[in-house]
Design a protein. Structure first.
Lengths: 274, 220
């Protein structure tokens, strides 16, 4: 006989909604004794771009790192509540964080190519997962660089070091490196704050192209960027210093930027504080 | 930076309100010219329309500059967008005032029955009330007052219909051109009030972020 868990019972996993890629329910996050996030509940839609905005220190990057369990690497950190990816609890026993990080790739503020050739940067992940045939690797490298909108610029210099590229090209190389292992989700933590405006435009364009196949979550301090690129926006706020941050409002981006429901959201996005 | 931006928005709103007060004056003067047969006053209204058009255009240009440079969002965006929309209404209301003034110019040479002048004056007084209330709702962001504009507009529509009926009775005695100019003037007044009601809906949007469905327009 199958026992169906009630919502309040430990181990309960809500039914899967196909439009929801990541579901978060009652999430609390702690750095040791300090609670950084409290009671966060939201659904991240599949094949959409979701932007996290809020003042510095409001926990948006902390929250982002919960999705690929990057916070596990911080000693003393603790997650309570539930995060599911396609209905599966990502913190459940038996989930391999390395495999999870293949499914949920991450791009950081500073481009961080490996000190190796452009080709090897992109081939690194597929090789790690056992791909050996040169022809297969060639195909993945080309396809990934194309998807990352950087192929035309590097196709004749694939043997050159990744670190010789410009900042914007390096960031797109990093995106290609993530895409090479075919992730379901792409986490982007301030991906455009350290690069030139032309590259920013290219990355924003590629986000629009990629979302048909990848779910994207972006943390950005640039509210115009959030408004331009995202479908949904989440506004985080730590109202009192020393208290945990919370998710104040989550909604469709056009609504958040024209008629936000919460006055704190309105005050933040119109520059009245923060 | 944000402080100067907010001052710019405040100044822009003041400029729009100033145009609104000019519209009140223009409407008042146009009705007076019509009722008193004052051609000089009518010419003054007609001559002043270019100035209203220029001021409305300046609002639009300034709004565009602010959008391009300050990236307003939420209540600031709604305010800015609404001010542009309202100034567009003012420009049309100014044109309607000119139309009434032109009717005054055409009808000044003959004197019709006093009942009709009284009706036009009564209609003008009601329109004046609606315009003042509309400006107050915009100035104070008073959405309750904005919502009452629709009710305040109804007697104006009734007066227009009454005016039309009175004219129909007079058709044998009065010449057609005089009669048609007068009925058109009454219609223009009614249209000015309709614009004010639309502006009231925009004030509601500006404050709440919710669009009101436009009221069904009755056929005259």
């Amino acid at each position: 006989m199958t026992h169906t868990l009630a919502e309040h019972e430990p181990g309960f996993v809500p039914p899967v909604d196909a439009a929801v890629k990541i579901a978060v329910k009652g999430l609390d996050f702690f750095y040791g004794d300090f609670q950084a996030l409290t009671d966060i509940t939201c659904d991240i839609k599949a094949n959409a771009v979701t932007a996290f905005i809020g003042p510095s220190g409001c926990g948006k990057s902390t929250f982002l790192r919960c999705f690929n369990r990057m916070n596990d690497l911080i000693i003393g950190s603790k997650v309570e509540g539930l995060i599911t990816l396609d209905g599966q609890d990502i913190y459940a026993a038996g989930v391999d964080p390395v495999d999870l990080r293949r499914r949920i790739g991450m791009i950081f503020q500073q481009p961080n190519p490996f000190p190796m050739s452009i080709y090897d940067n992109v081939a690194y992940g597929p090789r790690l997962h056992g791909m050996k045939k040169k022809s297969e690797l060639d195909e993945v490298v080309e396809m990934s660089l194309k998807r990352a909108n950087v192929w035309k610029e590097v196709k004749d210099i694939l043997g050159r070091g990744g670190l010789t590229l410009s900042g914007g090209q390096q960031q797109r190389l990093c995106i290609a490196r993530v895409l090479a292992v075919q992730p379901d989700v792409l986490l982007m933590d301030e991906p455009c704050s350290a690069i030139d405006p032309t590259s920013v435009q290219k990355i924003e364009d590629l986000m629009a192209e990629l979302k048909s196949s990848v779910t994207i979550i972006i943390v950005t301090h640039n509210m115009q960027q959030a408004a331009r690129v995202s479908d949904d926006t989440a506004f985080f706020l730590q109202e009192v210093m020393g208290e945990p941050a919370m998710l104040v409002e989550f909604g469709r981006t056009p609504e958040i930027f024209t008629s936000p429901k919460d006055k704190r959201t309105e005050d933040y996005i119109t520059g009245r504080f923060g | 930076m944000r402080e100067s931006f907010r001052k710019e928005l405040k100044d822009l709103k003041s400029s729009v309100l100033d145009i609104g007060h000019t519209i009140v004056d223009v409407t008042h003067m146009a009705v007076k010219a019509l009722v008193e047969g004052d051609v000089e006053l009518a010419e003054q209204v007609i001559a002043g329309d270019d100035d209203i058009d220029i001021r409305c255009l300046a609002i639009e240009e300034h709004s565009l500059e602010i959008i391009a440079t300050q990236f307003p969002v939420a209540r600031d965006l709604r305010l800015l967008h609404s001010l542009g929309y309202i100034s567009m209404h003012f420009e049309r209301m100014g044109d309607l005032g000119v139309n009434i003034a032109k009717a005054a110019r055409r009808t000044a040479e003959r004197r019709g029955p006093q009942t009709l002048y009284d009706l036009i004056q009564a209609q003008g007084n009601l329109v004046h009330r609606v315009l003042e209330a509309m400006l107050e709702s915009l100035d104070k962001k008073d959405i309750e007052l904005a919502a009452r504009l629709q009710d305040m507009d109804e007697p104006i529509d009734h007066l227009f219909k009454q005016f039309f009926r009175e004219l129909a009775r007079l058709q044998d005695e009065e010449d057609i051109e005089w009669a048609s100019s007068m009925v058109l003037a009454s219609r223009y007044l009614e249209r000015i009030a309709d614009h004010a009601v639309d502006i009231g809906d925009r004030v509601t949007y500006m404050v709440t972020g919710q669009f009101e469905a436009p009221a069904e327009e009755e056929e005259a």
